[in-house]
Ligand binder design. Structure first.
Ligand SMILES: [Zn+2]
Length: 496
């Protein structure tokens, strides 16, 4: 994915100059509202947009010092047109747009549903590289359960999965279109700002400071993270010198240390399972917020402070949740789902390594956990659809997509697969999967094809039943396992 933009073709500059001269007052012209568009995700029909591929986002955010007022923002998007475009849609809601340019030429824009529809002064040709600049606000207020900005006790964090990045910044908000990110965050100098990737500069202006971060790998919009608060960044080394940095409230620095120091060992454990950590840095962000979930934001996973301070959670459980989010860096982040129906590949694998870690480190039997999951599986399928064809989230509650069937209900599919093809082949499949699709997106069909290749036999029927059937198939090696009737199974949503 090239980061260097091609110069605008000369002919296009000329056309643009003529058009702009002829049409003052073009900006924000009253247009009939064109329809919101999508890329055809079965679960989120209006998410993402056709006709272009985003190469890089450059986000400029100015935090006013309180988390109840909008941030001032400029989002620059470098994109490659994949079709001739008279206009293009971005996903954006919950902010006010004050200007849009395409290649520095003012463009008309209007809202349509949760889309921002941009009409450039000059139509864009397929194959052209363009820069779209949107000047806007980004409002952190509103219902907390819709995602986007998370208001913390001392500032802000982000939780954009699955469809809420466009509540924060204009984007092609679908994991099928990954891109490089640069964040430039200006905040009062008493605060600390951290984002995905590595630091790329810090400028002190006196009352305010601007912090820059950049990703070295492409990232899905849903995995963006920006933390602003009274925080301390704690540095240590991971395997092979990997820079590990955690972000905690400064007041919690000592309190959190016993948890933070576990990360390098967990990284080593995951590397033994599936191969090298795929990114330039890792760490945990401990947010003073009640999100009800943790989230695998790329290179900097988001955790609720309460997970570490609530005495009711046993240590092994907290460890396993830390490993769940860490495992997502391979499964879900480095290898992203092509559509949201592929979510089981994220959560099934993260739950798998969560359970495997608990078994190896704390003696929590995987077999017992999977037998319990098997008993619940028919009920989970009845509630949320089979693992690879989940039902859409309930309207107004998008997070309801994250049901038990995509967690242990899908780890159960991986357990069945390991039973079917053997531990050695299963291990090779996992390693090949994250190596073959690193920094990319992949589908359920890609996974089942690779499994068949590695097993050396056709697994079509096996996966058809395990991934798409209403009833859970018999467990290989455990013909005595039984699933309880659907009515008997009602389980709450698990942490992300
Ligand atoms: Zn998860």
């Amino acid at each position: 994915m090239p980061l260097v933009r091609n110069p605008l073709p000369r002919a296009r500059w000329l056309r643009a100059a003529v058009l702009v001269a002829a049409s003052t007052g073009l900006v924000a012209a009253a247009l009939p509202a064109p329809p919101p568009l999508g890329i055809g995700d079965p679960l989120f029909p209006h998410l993402g947009n056709p006709g272009y591929d985003v190469l890089a986002y450059d986000l400029d955010l100015t935090y006013p010092g309180v988390n109840t007022k909008p941030l001032a923002a400029v989002t620059r998007i470098d994109a490659l047109a994949t079709a001739d475009l008279e206009r293009l849609n971005l996903d954006f809601t919950h902010g006010t747009v004050s200007a849009v340019t395409v290649d520095d030429i003012p463009a008309a824009y209007t809202g349509s549903g949760e889309d921002l529809v941009v009409t450039p002064a000059v139509p864009i040709d397929a194959g052209e590289q363009i820069e779209i600049t949107v000047t806007h606000t980004s409002d952190p207020t509103g219902p907390a359960d819709t995602g986007g900005w998370v208001r913390t006790g001392d500032g802000l964090a982000m939780a954009n999965q699955a469809d809420a990045a466009h509540r924060v910044f204009p984007s092609n908000d679908h994991p099928a279109d990954k891109a490089y990110f640069t964040f430039r965050i200006t905040a009062p100098s008493a605060l600390t700002a951290v984002a995905n990737g590595l630091p790329a500069g810090r400028v002190d202006h006196g009352a305010t400071t601007t912090w820059t971060y950049r990703t070295r790998h492409p990232m899905a919009t849903e995995l963006a993270q920006v933390s602003i608060g009274s925080s301390t960044v704690v540095h240590r080394a991971g395997p092979r010198g990997l820079p590990v940095r955690d972000v905690v409230r400064t007041a919690d620095r000592e309190l959190m240390e016993p948890w933070l120091r576990k990360t390098p060992g967990q990284l080593e454990w995951m590397e033994r399972q599936v191969g090298p950590y795929p990114f330039e840095t890792y760490g945990v962000l401990v947010a003073d917020a009640d999100t009800g979930f943790e989230l695998e934001t790329q290179t900097l996973s988001l955790f609720e402070r309460g997970l570490f301070t609530e005495p009711g959670y046993p240590e092994w459980y907290v460890d396993s949740i830390m490993v769940h989010e860490l495992a997502h860096q391979w499964f879900g982040d480095s290898v992203s789902p092509r559509t949201w129906s592929d979510l089981w590949l994220n959560e099934g694998h993260a739950s798998w390594y969560e359970a495997l870690y608990a078994e190896e480190k704390a003696g929590k039997s995987m077999e017992r956990r999977m037998k319990a999951a098997y008993a619940a599986s028919d009920g989970w399928r009845a509630d949320g659809g089979p693992p690879a064809a989940p039902e859409p989230p309930s309207p107004g509650h998008k997070i309801s997509l994250f049901r038990p069937v995509v967690y242990d209900g899908s780890a159960l599919v991986l357990y069945a697969l390991r039973q079917e093809i053997g531990t050695e082949a299963f291990g090779r499949l996992e390693r090949r999967w994250v190596a073959d699709h690193r920094d990319s997106t992949a589908t359920t069909a890609d996974f089942t094809a690779l499994a068949g290749e590695i097993a050396g036999r056709d697994l079509t029927a096996f996966f058809r039943d395990w991934l798409y059937a209403a009833k859970t198939p018999p467990m290989p090696g455990h013909p005595d396992w039984r699933s309880r009737p659907a009515e008997a199974v009602r389980t709450a949503v698990k942490p992300g």
